[in-house]
Design a protein around this ligand. Structure first.
Ligand code: BG6
Length: 457
């Protein structure tokens, strides 16, 4: 089937780093005549100048460059001001010119959340075929109230099966493996509860900084950008009950139950930081209260998880990119080996990126001529090339597979958890300052050391 893939905004960071490379990989594998791309942005490019622009910006993110010039030929440029209905009529003509029998149109909205509404209002002018699909990037606007309003507007125009709310973290290979690891083995499920788990840590650090996304980030902050969506999704998969089937509905129901059980965090459960010269950055407001580093403690108050402290933390501008889940188990009783040696607690570590691996840390008497018990690691590491999350995600949209997409109920629940925080006004958490590139602000340690635990990064 022929697909016309439309990217709003095609000059943005996400398009350059992820979407064009993902589409190129799909183009290389599929029948090449089956995909056309319309790049949308509000500046005056023509087809030629846009191709030159995107080639320069994207080439670094492409692995096999051989067919990239042919791929560029598939891209048409369309200038659209988000609120200008004439521009949508021009875009409609471009869609018509590229359409064949049975063409499906997929629109990827990588735009700032406050542009969703003008897009929806004007999308009527596109006269889209009934099998069209719209992909909404996160965050799904800015809080609970706006998300509910947005969803109402969308569903007035599009059918639920046409709406794809994404969170690309769930397409990461290691995250998809969480369910397989937990539910295709009998070993782990019996201990996956508050009798055995001491604490859970989910960490996402990044090397990159905001780059050209100040206008977005300064309004969005780490809490909306990473925690409310990516980290909550990962958390839900880590602690949810087994779904009755491996389909979209059953998995979503279990995730929803987890999110519904999360106790709303208070200011005592989290620390916000801003790096020291953030407000000197060119695009940032001088009194900006945007946090660039969040650490928070969460409790999932259900039968399985209550009393397990769950620590989430995320920040940019560190010396390494790493997404990691650590599950630390309880101490063994202090009678046999622990009496003589400092025995580490067992841990399961799921590394999501840069490597994809699962480590199990346990203790054995390692050396035959010594009595000493030591910690060893049994590591499963995936060496094979696994597809970029966005490539898998786009392929799923093309074939109407909604298994991994976020339902609105899940989004609503996630917004409910952070709603007071994102609207904190006079009662916001203290914003500490830290120097980027250092390990992390010292004060982050209090959050976990007060509970007698330590960070694993
Ligand atoms: C995006 C955030 O959703 O995820 C970015 O908006 C962040 O700020 C990115 O850099 C991280 O994604 P990944 O796949 O590179 O870990």
């Amino acid at each position: 089937m022929n697909t016309i893939f439309i990217i709003f905004w095609a000059t943005w960071d996400l398009a350059k780093r992820k979407l064009f490379p993902a589409l190129y990989n799909i183009y290389r594998k599929e029948k090449k005549e089956d995909i056309d791309i319309i790049a949308v942005w509000r500046r005056d490019f023509d087809n030629k100048s846009f191709k030159e622009y995107i080639k320069e910006k994207t080439l670094n993110f492409i692995e096999h460059k051989k067919h990239f010039d042919d791929f560029l030929e598939k891209i048409k440029y369309s200038k659209v001001e988000i609120g200008n209905n004439y521009d949508y009529i021009n875009l409609k003509d471009k869609i018509k010119q590229l359409s064949k029998e049975n063409t499906q149109v997929i629109i990827y909205l990588s735009i700032s959340p406050d542009n969703f509404i003008p897009f929806i209002d004007n999308s009527k002018n596109l006269d889209l075929p009934k099998n069209s699909k719209i992909i909404f990037e996160k965050p799904f606007w800015k809080d609970l109230e706006t998300a509910i309003f947005l969803n109402k507007k969308i569903t007035e125009i599009f059918q639920e099966e046409q709406i794809y709310r994404i969170d690309h973290y769930v397409w990461k290979e290691a995250i998809q493996n969480v369910l397989a690891f937990r539910f295709s083995n009998i070993l782990f499920e019996p201990i996956w509860n508050n009798k055995y788990i001491n604490n859970i840590q989910i960490t996402a650090t990044e090397k990159i900084w905001i780059e050209d996304r100040w206008w977005y980030y300064d309004k969005s902050w780490a809490l909306r950008d990473m925690v409310q969506n990516h980290l909550f999704q990962v958390l839900a998969l880590i602690v949810m009950d087994p779904p009755s089937k491996l389909d979209a509905e059953s998995i979503s129901q279990e995730k929803l139950k987890v999110l519904h059980s999360i106790k709303i965090p208070t200011n005592d459960d989290l620390v916000f930081w801003q790096y020291i010269w953030y407000t000197d950055e060119k695009w940032v407001e001088k009194n900006s209260k945007t946090e660039t580093f969040v650490a928070m403690k969460i409790e999932v108050s259900n039968w399985r998880c209550i009393w397990i402290p769950i620590y989430l933390k995320t920040w940019k501008n560190l010396d390494k990119k790493q997404t990691k889940i650590v599950i630390e188990f309880n101490e063994i009783p202090n009678i046999l080996f622990k009496k003589f040696w400092n025995i580490e607690k067992n841990r399961i570590i799921i590394e999501v990126q840069p490597d994809e691996s699962i480590d199990i840390h346990f203790n054995i008497k390692e050396n035959w001529n010594s009595k000493e018990v030591q910690e060893v690691k049994s590591k499963f590491k995936k060496e094979l090339y696994s597809k970029e999350a966005y490539e898998k995600l786009i392929e799923d949209v093309i074939i109407w597979d909604k298994t991994l997409f976020t339902t609105f109920d899940i989004l609503k629940e996630s917004w409910t958890i952070v709603n007071d925080l994102v609207n904190c006004k006079d009662n916001c958490p203290i914003l500490y300052k830290y120097e980027p590139w250092t390990k992390w602000p010292e004060i982050a340690n209090n959050l976990i050391e007060d509970d007698n635990k330590k960070w694993y990064v």
